[in-house]
Design a protein around this ligand. Structure first.
Ligand SMILES: C[S@@+](CC[C@H](N)C(=O)[O-])C[C@H]1O[C@@H](n2cnc3c(N)ncnc32)[C@H](O)[C@@H]1O
Length: 421
């Protein structure tokens, strides 16, 4: 399975161009229609939704149901990672006997026809083993096989399957065609679409493939449409962060290096976060926050002079005077620098300097990584979510999860309560 690197994105684009019509094979893809799913009411709000999850992680769908205040019963859930279990048990009501570890050893026959909703996103390892004959057996040895097998065994009324969008182009579309045909061979009406969380109220550029299947083949489904993004990443930041999140000079040099920023490995004070990844915090990748130095704070050991980092971003004295001049005779502008929320970035900003239009920061400051809580917020988890594992695990689990707000949009749009009693 290709990773979401730029190289694989390029390869994917090339393949798409080389194989026109590749996507015509999807029989029931729908284009989102601009209905406002936020205004949709649940037809059966008192229903108890019987939920099963696979590869459960930190339970994005469970948190979505909590946020929606929908009643639900966790029929089964599981994850092979014991740290995920810690997070899961700290946050959701579930007994030991409903939890499984390795999905390949989990049998769901005893839950046959006893499930309203099944949700999971199999890790994308071993997709290369998917063959081209397009049957369930053909996917054996992949974790997708186990997701499909559990559908076959438990026959949920609805399933939601999430994965990286690279799945669509893997092996020139052959893997995806196989997966789609497996879902259909199980007797489901299937809809799929790539959704970006920034279109669902969360300022993170995270594009994921969502497949929704209905056992009742007469169900028609339109994916929820985008809503305007009203919040920026700065709205998700904590007021106070511990010193351990601040970078020392080596980290600062890496994060501010133009090479890493151009490649979008790093971003500082972005309005919309880069796509969170499980391991981003360990290799100084992802989003960072620049805080101008405030003298009465005792983080001096992390304060640095930005000029020593990337000299070329510093303005000459003449340009600095012009930038801070506040406009011309006929055009006055605010020259505030160090704004808590950045002005929109303009493509002209590398040639034209205007403090009222672009973003400028003063020299001294600190750079910090996002905290685990901030990463959770940027995945749609409210602060009611209890952190029960160490920072390293929390970052990983947040980066692996599904954006809760996208799931909320799907649940509202399909009116999940009509599938439950
Ligand atoms: C992409 S994450 C899914 C996270 C989840 N959707 C959430 O809301 O947090 C994939 C998860 O599958 C788990 N996993 C990998 N292999 C597994 C296996 N054989 N059995 C069960 N879980 C497995 C990983 O530990 C990881 O938590």
């Amino acid at each position: 399975m290709p990773t979401a690197s730029r190289t694989s994105a390029r390869t994917a684009r090339k393949r798409r161009n080389a194989a026109p019509g590749l996507f015509d094979v999807a029989p029931s893809r729908t284009t989102p229609i601009p209905t406002d799913w936020r205004k949709r009411c649940f037809s059966n709000p008192k229903a108890i939704i019987r939920l099963g999850t696979l590869f459960s992680g930190i339970g994005a769908i469970e948190h979505a149901l909590q946020r929606l205040k929908l009643r639900h019963e966790i029929v089964f859930a599981g994850d092979i990672d014991s740290n995920c279990k810690k997070s899961y048990f700290a946050n959701y009501r579930i007994s030991e006997d409903r939890w499984h570890e390795d999905v390949t050893k989990f049998g769901a026959k005893r839950h046959a026809r006893n499930l309203d909703l099944l949700v999971g996103g199999s890790p994308c390892q071993s997709f290369s083993m998917v063959g081209a004959r397009r049957g369930l057996e053909d996917t054996r040895g992949t974790l997708f096989y186990d997701f499909a097998r559990v559908i076959e065994e438990s026959s949920p009324k609805v399933f939601v399957y999430e994965n990286v969008q690279g799945l669509l182009t893997h092996d020139q579309g052959s893997t995806w065609r196989t997966i789609l045909s497996v879902f259909e061979s199980l007797g489901y009406r299937v809809y799929w679409h790539v959704l970006n969380s920034r279109d669902f109220g969360i300022p993170q550029n995270r594009q994921r493939l969502f497949v929704v299947g209905f056992r009742d083949k007469s169900v028609h489904f339109d994916f929820p449409g985008p809503i305007p993004l009203e919040l920026s990443m700065q709205d998700f930041l904590e007021d106070y962060t511990e010193s351990k999140f601040y970078l020392r000079s080596k980290g600062v040099k890496f994060v501010t290096s133009s090479k890493n920023r151009v490649k979008r490995y790093t971003q500082i004070n972005g309005r919309v976060a880069l796509c969170q990844k499980a391991n981003q915090q360990f290799n100084w990748h992802g989003d960072f926050v620049f805080e101008p130095h405030v003298s009465d704070m005792d983080f001096d050991e992390f304060t640095f002079d930005v000029r020593t980092v990337e000299e070329k971003y510093y303005l000459s004295e003449a340009v600095r005077r012009y930038v801070l001049a506040g406009g011309t005779k006929t055009f006055k502008t605010s020259t505030e620098t160090d704004l808590p929320v950045a002005r929109p970035l303009l493509q002209s900003m590398h040639k034209m300097h205007r403090a009222g239009v672009d973003n400028y920061v003063t020299h001294a400051g600190r750079i910090r990584k996002l905290t685990p809580r901030e990463c959770l917020r940027l995945m749609g988890f409210r602060d009611t979510f209890k952190i029960a594992v160490c920072d390293t695990q929390m970052y990983r689990q947040a980066g692996n999860s599904i954006v809760v707000d996208v799931l909320i949009a799907l649940l509202r749009q399909m009116d999940i309560t009509r599938f439950a009693r």
